[in-house]
Design a protein around this ligand. Sequence first.
Ligand code: F6P
Length: 199
Amino acid sequence: VRKIWLTRHGESEYNQHELLGGDSLLSPNGEIYARLLPDALVDRVPLTADGNTMPVSVWTSTLQRTIMTAEELPFPKLRWKVLDEIQAGIFDGWTYKRIEQERPDQAAERKADKLRYRYPSGESYLDVIQRLEPVIIEIERERECVCVVAHQAVLRALYGYFTKTPLSEVPRIEIPLHTLIELVPKPDGKMAEERIKFD
Ligand code: F6P
């Protein structure tokens, strides 16, 4: 059976400072994750009926932190703009704390309805879920294994779709850094899941 892997990029410089959005590079911790990922993934590639390893393709966003994380993976890679992180609009480069202090109205609005809240000049979770449709269609059509290296909000949307999580819960699904999520389709249509934690 083919596998689907989901992982966030390794820790970025923006993650270290809890800044939203941006296009920063990996931190030293993030680089370690990028170095550990290839062996972990290669060990998990399933065999086909005739005993060969199944082909794998790696999909990243167009942001540097996912491209750097996938760099050492020994598989063909594809960059998708639609896998880029949720657009925080006017709050790109801000911390959650600064939004709370300077725009408490916006912070409260998001807290009240994180799924529908749209960042001014940016996106909502519903927007992200909608733009991911072509990726979902491709993953479902694909017969190879796919490893998606992307971002927190984007992976919540993909994971939510594959695990049939109710939409209202999607914006709060746990997708930690430095964790490889392995999903394997079961005959009953559900997914078997394993989470491989690093560090
Ligand atoms: O903090 C990392 C990050 O990927 C941000 O760029 C993004 O805005 C955020 O996570 C999404 O998570 P949440 O919807 O919980 O703010």
